[in-house]
Design a protein around this ligand. Structure first.
Ligand SMILES: [Zn+2]
Length: 205
């Protein structure tokens, strides 16, 4: 899914950063931290000296505080991805905001990414008072069972451009393919002279 329509109706949503003179991309990892995937991702990022952004689920931060601390200690950015990974379209505004706030109790950030990229206009209006709301323009598909690592890599190859926000998952679903996929993606992007940046606390684009 490419959130092009959404950005028309929700102008403050960010799905791609402005390109920089030296080409940059932003690697982002959703749904962790998890013991199955996060340590491998952190190891790879450390080898390449790359800073990325982790949109964490509050419940997973509570379950794996040492992994969350490692993300912070290694200098990566973190963002709020709700406490229980809820779908905005199926949740009332009050319940949704409460879940986001619950996540804020364990994770301090001005970055927010809605699970599934789905929020209503009302939720959006509330959230944008406090957060930069970050989507993506490159969805690797790493969470899909029948979508192999090679296909994910093809997506990275085909759609990444200057300023791209690339979405991976450090979750159980993607744990098996993620080490190889992240390594190969970094190598491919390096060959194309991209720099890697974490998302900082921006208020608007
Ligand atoms: Zn998610």
């Amino acid at each position: 899914m490419r959130p092009t329509l959404a950005t028309l109706f929700f102008p403050a949503l960010i799905s791609r950063m402005k390109g920089t003179a030296t080409k940059s991309v932003y690697l982002t990892f959703d749904d962790g931290p998890t013991p199955d995937a996060t340590p491998n991702v952190l190891d790879i990022l450390a080898v390449h000296k790359i800073k990325a952004t982790f949109f964490c689920v509050g419940a997973n931060v509570e379950r794996n505080p040492h992994l969350y601390q490692r993300i912070i200690n290694e200098g990566h950015s973190v963002g709020n991805h709700t406490y229980s990974h809820i779908n905005g379209w199926k949740t009332s505004t009050a319940d949704y905001i409460a879940d986001v706030k619950k996540c804020s109790e364990v994770l301090k950030s001005h970055l927010f990414r809605p699970p599934y990229g789905r929020i209503t206009i009302k939720q959006y209006r509330e959230l944008k008072k406090e957060f930069s709301i970050i989507l993506w323009d490159v969805l690797t598909g790493d969470y899909k069972i029948n979508f192999g690592g090679d296909k994910c890599l093809e997506v990275v190859k085909k759609y990444s451009r200057n300023g791209s926000i690339i979405l991976f998952h450090d979750s159980e679903k993607s744990a098996e393919k993620i080490p190889d996929l992240v390594s190969k993606s970094i190598e491919l992007l390096k060959e194309r002279n991209y720099n890697f940046k974490p998302l900082s606390d921006i208020k608007s684009n």
